[in-house]
Design a protein around this ligand. Structure first.
Ligand code: HEM
Length: 455
């Protein structure tokens, strides 16, 4: 339980002004980002009885995620997400979450990530081979679609030890998109009266059920393989065998399903989208692409990058960091306050919905100079000072930080280095690129680029 705080602050949280509720209904993400520019990083959303707050000031974010984290649970906005993820690591709270995190953390150890680097190489090789005809003809390829294909291959191999054909991975991706769409619709329902029907509820239910069948089939195949003595180096085998150090307990089948569903959903589209946005940015900033190319040539001398090269690929890493600043894969995440609290000068009541937005912080000129500019050198040791660190949190903060961060950064760095080594990436003239929010922030209609082999 949170620490009860006497509210004696007198400053009411400012409400949103001059943005119509029609705008909220049409484009809730756009509404939230406009709202974030008002006030000083804590603003009350909606109107009437809605008790929802958008938080983007780094100090207030730190208070909620770190300083008084015990007062902020995942909250009721997550109810719609729980329909899909159940009581997995992303959605659970309290002692149950703590036990699961303790149980699962060892499965994300560095050795597994090192092994995963080989899988990254294989997946990107297969995709690059399939691009050859388009490259030869100067035809565009959709780098988002390709990045999704590569990342889904990596996560399935890492999670289940399974190679997967394109048809199945396309089916899994379609289902994931439907699940994300259902979650997104549910997330915004706290703005509307509870007696209104939620659009798309049946389709959401069907998508969860279909993805469930796929996940259960993959779990039972892995259980059978384990029973046959195939120890398996995959994440799922580690989760099946994980024992609580205090109680010796293992996870139930239902819990395994929730965790696997969570890792699958949290795990590939986020990284895939990030890598695709990186290529979009690089295609628009040839000077950055040239520096990247020079770095991979110098460090790798024509060899494929491996895990041990990552520390040397410092500019590549800065490109990844800057991409996740401009396009944090999860631009918003959610909490609910337990007791009344004081955040900065503001009174926040217990039972309120809280939206934390790294996207809003990362684009705020009060925290970043020229925030819309793509400038990887913001992340040089000289410039990435403590103020910038506070204002940067694509993977969260505090005890609920992303368990997959090292995995995701490794994949992103390796993919960007490998593609930079082989191609120059150019924009397609006339292509209009816009984003859309569907839990992750992704290009709306794909991301066409033209790849030219590097000399
Ligand atoms: C670009 C890639 C990714 C981004 C930006 C990202 C972002 C995040 C964020 C912001 C949170 C915290 C949410 C909160 O505080 O409510 C989180 C949690 C989580 N992420 Fe990621 N993530 C990424 C990739 C991954 C990958 C690759 C995996 C797994 C393989 C993963 C698994 C999880 C899990 C299980 C949690 C819940 C952790 C907990 O509450 O203990 N994520 N992620």
């Amino acid at each position: 339980m949170g620490t009860a705080t006497q509210i004696d602050a007198t400053v009411p949280v400012p409400g949103v002004r001059g943005v119509s509720l029609v705008a909220l209904a049409k484009d809730p993400f756009g509404y939230c980002m406009k709202a974030a520019r008002q006030g000083d990083g804590l603003v009350r959303l909606g109107a009437g009885p809605v008790r929802a707050y958008l938080v983007s000031h780094p100090d207030y974010v730190r208070h909620i995620l770190v300083g008084n984290a015990a007062n902020y649970v995942k909250g009721s906005i997550m109810d719609g997400i729980r329909l899909a993820l159940g009581n997995g690591l992303f959605t659970s709270d309290g002692d149950f979450w703590r036990r699961q995190r303790r149980l699962m953390q060892p499965a994300f150890h560095t050795r597994r990530i090192q092994r995963m680097a080989e899988t990254v190489g294989e997946a990107v090789d297969a995709s690059m081979a399939s691009w050859a005809p388009a490259v030869a003809n100067g035809a565009p390829i959709d780098i988002l679609r390709e990045s999704v294909q590569i990342n889904i291959t990596i996560i399935l191999k890492t999670l289940f030890g399974t190679d997967i054909d394109e048809e199945r991975s396309t089916r899994l991706h379609d289902l994931t998109d439907q699940v994300f769409a259902g979650m997104t619709r549910r997330v915004w329902t706290f703005f509307v009266p509870s007696w209104l029907p939620t659009p798309g509820a049946a389709a959401y239910g069907r998508a969860i059920e279909a993805l469930d069948q796929e996940i259960y089939a993959l779990i039972s195949a892995r259980r059978a393989a384990l029973a046959d003595g195939d120890a398996g180096e995959d994440l799922l085998s580690a989760l099946i065998q994980a024992e609580d150090a205090e109680t010796g307990e293992r996870m139930s089948d239902r819990q395994l399903r929730d965790e696997v569903f969570t890792i699958f959903l949290a795990g590939y589209e986020s990284t895939a989208t990030g890598v695709a946005w990186a290529w979009h940015l690089l295609s628009q900033h040839p000077e950055a692409a040239t520096r990247l190319g020079e770095e991979v040539d110098r460090v790798l001398g024509g060899r494929r990058p491996g895990y041990d090269d990552l520390a040397e690929l410092t500019y590549t890493r800065r490109v990844v960091s800057e991409t996740f600043r401009l396009y944090p894969a999860f631009p918003m995440y959610f909490r609910g306050s337990v007791e009344d609290d004081v955040v900065g000068p503001y009174a926040i009541p217990g039972g309120a919905n809280i939206i934390i937005s790294p996207y809003a912080t990362h684009h705020d000129p009060r925290h970043w100079d020229d925030p819309e500019a793509f400038d990887p050198d913001r992340f040089t040791p000289e410039r990435y000072d403590s103020r910038a660190r506070e204002a940067y949190y694509p993977f969260g903060k505090g005890q609920r930080m992303c368990i997959g961060e090292p995995m995701s950064l490794t994949i992103a760095q390796l993919l960007i280095a490998t593609i930079a080594q082989a191609y120059e990436v150019r924009t397609v003239p006339g292509a209009q690129i816009t984003g859309r929010y569907a839990m992750t922030y992704q290009p709306k209609n794909g991301l066409p680029v033209i790849l030219t082999p590097r000399g």
